[in-house]
Write a protein that binds this ligand. Structure first.
Ligand code: FEO
Ligand code: CA
Ligand code: CA
Ligand code: CA
Length: 644
């Protein structure tokens, strides 16, 4: 395209702006400054390989089917309702029960993690060392329930609330949480291993241990759990992460959707939460509270504090209780992305997906013990939680969220570190952290060690801010964070960083705040909006899944993006989802030859329902089935790495 701004233009603009700002010298302290990253592109050998696949043309919204780039195939691996546990019945959409759902794949799949299973391996270390790309465990989040897409006879959300029953709510609780499934590739085709001893469902009914600073805290105690140590359930599990010690991190996001109550009647600590975060929902339509008082914040005020955490799950031990790692803070969690180097503290990057919320990282107190999973088992319980402050000059710092430092004292309602992690949004704001535009996923490039944050959009934003260049931010953007060091050798534990914009999503020919900016060679098909989940392939290409493409008239999908070299920020269209869906959880096998993707809420759009859906994907022609959220498996015809 000739009328498109490319990153050279953006670099020039940022450069002239920065030259006027004090503090630019701080940026120069880094070996690879963000300006350098844009103006002097590193050699190809240091960065991402080229993308050579044939691009999928622009895919309009409202198509009932999915599409993939030529030369690839996208097969459904598992769909909502498919049996997972021994004895679970086949899916019967007209007669779903809680007992059936408890053994079946949950609704609205999101994050996917892959951990290998080694042939003949008998320990987690052996499984991990195998790096097996033909047999492994998938950990999958189940983010949300939509009753009018799950049950017959409900026209929309209002009708669903009016018709709520205890049994239906029990199905919803069983459909959320997390699934572990064993998958294997035979003759190039993937399938779920039926009867696997690793198969597991974790739901809103599963006991989870509370660990870290909020364990046993007064504000975590309830009548059912006077010790404040075990909470029943995890739900609204959106994005997540995989640890190199063989666990999944599942992140609780929109927990406020499940609670009801009146803000004026809240006890002081909840009034504080409501004032700080507006998040206590107070959603009169939270139907769970109709049948269980623990979801009514007026009656059980502390239950709400027991959700909004990162949950660590050991899939190699199906009997292991999930652990809510409270040292990582409580908010609407998205990614939990681990960077671990032998002998160095473990770093976990996280985002809080709401307008004006923050980007966080956790740095463990203990060093990472490579090759010794047991030694890292509780490494996320002790360490320092930080929140990001971005500066206008391209630098930034990580501010410690530590009780007793700065404003985080009893005077401001923080009596201990438990109070800090429970009310971490309020603590972060007091410290002066940068309010951002809905950080969704965060990933670190395995080759350069640079870190990327997808800001999915900030429609409420009134003024541009550091690293948030558009107001309102109606299409989202991706920011690059450079920890000190050089490509391949960056210190993620440091408290300083540099940042720059990788790309601005949206159409390049749109006006003002909606105008997109990409790398050279990006075609019309390469344009997207609302970057959400991210993943790197082994060759250092960034894959971007979207949630909101329909607002620029295209199907949500998957785009691949080069990071370094002359094609930096050039994006290519790879996959388009069926109407109503968003694309989530992309995940590669270690060899990069298989890509798993969650297709969440197909057919979920205005006027659509279980009875009259806009698509019945993944069985578009089967009038007996509703649309079903599904995990697809993408491979290349004849084999080989995805994307090249
Ligand atoms: Fe569940 Fe923020 O997406
Ligand atoms: Ca998400
Ligand atoms: Ca990711
Ligand atoms: Ca999203």
């Amino acid at each position: 395209m000739t009328d498109v701004d490319h990153l050279g233009d953006i670099a020039t603009r940022f450069l002239s702006r920065r030259a006027l700002l004090k503090g630019a010298a701080a940026v120069a302290a880094f070996a690879a400054s963000p300006l350098g990253a844009l103006t002097a592109t590193p050699a190809r050998a240091q960065g991402s390989a080229s993308l050579t696949f044939t691009e999928l043309p622009v895919a309009p919204k409202n198509d009932p089917d999915q599409y993939i780039a030529p030369g690839y195939r996208a097969d459904v691996l598992i769909a909502w309702g498919d049996p997972i546990l021994p004895g679970a019945p086949a899916f019967d959409p007209l007669a779903q029960t809680a007992a059936a759902q408890a053994g079946q794949f949950g609704f609205n799949c999101d994050f996917i993690g892959y951990l290998p299973l080694g042939e003949g391996a008998s320990s987690t270390a052996q499984h991990l060392a195998s790096r097996n790309s033909a047999r492994g465990l998938l950990g999958v989040n189940h983010e949300a329930v939509k009753p009018h897409m799950m049950f017959p006879g409900l026209a929309d959300s209002d009708a669903a609330f009016a018709a709520a029953t205890a049994e239906r709510v029990a199905v919803e609780r069983a459909a959320l949480g997390f699934s572990v499934i064993e998958v294997a590739r035979t003759d190039g085709r993937w399938s779920v291993v039926v009867g696997s001893p690793f198969a597991r469902r974790i739901s809103a009914e599963t006991p989870c241990a509370i660990t870290g600073p909020a364990r046993g805290h007064a504000r975590m105690k309830t009548p059912a759990d006077p010790a404040g140590e075990i909470v029943i359930g995890t739900f609204e599990n959106c994005a997540g992460g995989v640890t190199p010690w063989g666990t999944f991190l599942s992140c609780e996001e929109n927990i406020q959707n499940r609670f009801a109550g009146a803000p004026a009647k809240l006890p002081p600590e909840h009034a504080r939460e409501a004032a700080s975060a507006e998040s206590l929902a107070l959603r009169t339509k939270a139907s769970w509270a109709l049948f269980d008082t623990r979801f009514d914040v007026n009656l059980t005020p502390h239950e709400f504090n027991r959700f909004g955490w990162v949950v660590e799950i050991d899939p190699y031990d199906p009997a292991a209780m999930p652990k809510k790692r409270t040292a990582l803070g409580r908010f609407r969690h998205e990614a939990a992305t681990i960077v671990a180097k032998p002998g160095k503290p473990v770093v976990c990057y996280m985002g809080d997906d709401q307008n004006y919320q923050f980007v966080y990282k956790f740095v463990s107190a203990r060093p990472y013990a490579d090759g010794d999973p047991a030694a890292n088992a509780d490494i996320l319980d002790d360490g320092t939680l930080y929140v990001a402050r971005f500066r206008d000059d391209g630098s930034g710092e990580w501010l410690p969220l530590v009780h007793g430092t700065g404003p985080l004292t009893a005077e401001n309602g923080f009596d201990d570190q438990g109070d800090v992690v429970i009310d971490v949004r309020r603590a972060a704001k007091l410290l002066g952290a940068t309010e951002t535009d809905r950080p969704e996923d965060i990933e670190t490039d395995p080759i350069t060690s640079r870190t990327y944050v997808a800001f999915t959009g900030g429609t409420d934003r009134k003024e541009p801010g550091p690293a948030m260049p558009r107001a309102p931010n109606e299409r989202g953007h991706i920011v690059e964070i450079l920890s000190p060091g050089t490509d391949g050798e960056r210190d993620h534990t440091a408290t300083g960083f540099a940042w720059d914009i990788l790309l601005l999503a949206g159409h390049p020919r749109a006006e003002a705040a909606s105008k997109g900016v990409y790398g050279p060679g990006t075609t019309d098909a390469g344009i997207f909006a609302y970057p959400d989940n991210l993943v790197f392939d082994p060759q250092g290409r960034l894959w971007i899944a979207t949630d909101g493409g329909r607002q620029i008239g295209i199907a949500d999908g998957l785009w691949a993006c080069c990071i370094t070299g002359p094609e930096r920020a050039t994006t290519r269209h790879f996959y388009a989802s069926p109407t109503g869906a968003e694309v989530t959880g992309p995940c590669f096998t270690p060899d990069g030859e298989t890509l798993f993707v969650s297709i969440q809420h197909p057919g979920d759009q205005t006027g659509s329902s279980f009875d009259n859906p806009t698509t019945r994907w993944p069985a578009p022609m089967d009038s007996a089935l509703p649309p079903r959220p599904s995990v697809i498996v993408v491979t290349r015809e004849g084999g080989g790495p995805i994307g090249s």
